[in-house]
Design a protein around this ligand. Structure first.
Ligand code: HAM
Length: 436
């Protein structure tokens, strides 16, 4: 029998896992320096948790199951926000606010596998709970941008596209969409670029939008404005009240120094049903890829899960699209696999006898140490082997090992020197830290 990984799922061989670890480590480091604490939750939850307020899109993509003989329906987590809201609701009285949490769960969605969309992905979640107002919205956006800068991505590569549920609601209700159909209309707008136009027109008709109104909707939702251009938007849309939140956000985006990364895009509504205010997606600038990240304000969700009324804002960023973007721009680092500090090999029988004990000593001193499994004593071949795995130092064991000495060879500069066995670990560490 022959097996492969299930459709839309990935195997991570060492090279791929090294990049994945680097990405996850960078997410962790950036989260911590922005003041977020690490949390996690269970890999599956009761199915109902996702039925409360995630919306049709997510519910139709659940991997759900019931244990043989069991009575409860479960679903593998397709997103983290419901778990987060449940966790906060459960301990709301004892958690000091504001709550700033990050998590990096793996999630499963039964989507049709395609470029940028798989059935399992890792998602960086960054959320602030307990703060009303645009400052927190801008802070989570800043955190995403802080991460992009770490990977040498700039505003010439990515755009944070911002809108507001109230603005979208206003545009839709002016076109005749009634309140009861509003969530369905958000969902439809969200998938506009993912479905054929005829299907979009058909669905829109069910919401009372004829061809002419669909055309007007398309025109409005293709409008984009840079930060600082809200007055133009206000004039063109004939809106005032509903742009108050965006005006406050505009100020914060400038204050955080991230205005060049951001624009207002009325086509962004987000498919998830729980968003209440600011919504945003981060896209590669040409628009060629699926969204790198998406998020927004969800001020009612924690209350809906039985907790007190706690405002919240955050985003999720998957590992798949950001890796594609970096790869396209030749910014995907392939030097992130851990390199051995020491590669040990024996040149004599006495050396071979001492090798295991010596390797054990270095490893106990926390030196990343490998050795050759081959029986050859040919220095040239052994050095090649050390070089192939990227080792920084070769440690050669010959008959001097009986006197407590080894030969240490720096593989980047090439010099070789006798060093006392006990001094090798310290010496390697000192030189590594001197090189930074
Ligand atoms: P989302 O837009 O469903 O939002 O997902 C956020 C990001 O996760 C997407 O922009 C994309 O990068 C990645 N993603 C989603 N589905 C897939 C997939 N099938 N394959 C690869 N990547 C994927 C949420 O999940 C919200 N819960 C985020 C949030 C956190 N909102 C507030 N806090």
């Amino acid at each position: 029998m022959k097996f492969t990984s299930p459709r839309g799922m990935r195997d991570f061989y060492p090279h791929e896992k090294a990049w994945h670890n680097h990405l996850l480590d960078t997410w962790r480091r950036v989260s911590v320096r922005n003041g977020f604490e690490h949390v996690d939750g269970p890999i599956f939850e009761s199915l109902d948790l996702y039925k409360v307020k995630s919306g049709e899109g997510i519910v139709s993509e659940l991997f759900s199951f019931r244990r043989q003989g069991g009575k409860t329906d479960y679903a593998i987590r397709p997103e983290f926000t419901p778990t987060l809201a449940r966790m906060v609701a459960q301990r709301a009285n004892s958690l000091p606010t504001p709550i700033k949490w990050f998590s990096i769960p793996n999630l499963c969605r039964a989507e049709k596998p395609q470029r940028g969309r798989l059935r399992e992905h890792w998602q960086w979640n960054v959320d602030i709970m307990g703060l009303q107002g645009a400052g927190a919205d801008a802070e989570v956006m800043f955190t995403a941008i802080d991460f992009f800068r770490e990977l040498n991505l700039g505003p010439e590569h990515l755009r944070v596209k911002i809108s507001h549920r109230q603005t979208a609601r206003h545009i839709l209700s002016r076109l005749g969409v009634v309140d009861d159909d509003m969530l369905a209309a958000f969902d439809l707008l969200d998938k506009r670029d993912k479905i054929p136009r005829e299907a979009f027109v058909q669905e829109a008709a069910k919401l009372g939008l004829d061809e002419d109104r669909v055309h007007r909707l398309e025109q409005t939702t293709r409008m984009k404005y840079r930060c600082g251009e809200l007055d133009q938007m206000r004039q063109q849309l004939g809106m005032d009240e509903d742009l108050r939140d965006l005006a406050a956000l505009d100020e914060q985006l400038h204050a955080f120094g991230i205005a060049p990364w951001c624009e207002y895009d009325l086509g962004i509504v987000r498919g998830l049903a729980y968003y209440t205010g600011t919504v945003f997606e981060i896209h590669e600038i040409s628009g060629a890829e699926r969204a790198v990240a998406g998020g927004g304000r969800y001020d009612k969700l924690i209350e809906l899960f039985g907790g007190p009324s706690i405002p919240a804002v955050g985003f999720g960023m998957g590992d798949v699209v950001i890796s594609l973007v970096l790869d396209d721009k030749n910014l995907l680092r392939d030097d992130v696999a851990p390199r051995p500090d020491a590669f040990v090999f024996a040149l004599t029988d006495a050396g071979a006898k001492a090798l295991p004990g010596y390797v054990a000593m270095l490893r106990r001193a926390d030196v990343h140490t490998r050795f050759s499994y081959r029986t050859t004593r040919n220095v040239g071949r052994l050095l090649k082997e050390a070089d192939a795995v990227g080792a920084r130092y070769a440690v050669l064991l010959d008959d001097d090992v009986a006197e407590g000495t080894v030969q240490l060879k720096d593989l980047s500069v090439g010099g070789q020197e006798p060093v006392a066995i006990k001094a090798v670990a310290d010496l390697i560490r000192k030189r590594e830290s001197a090189q930074g």
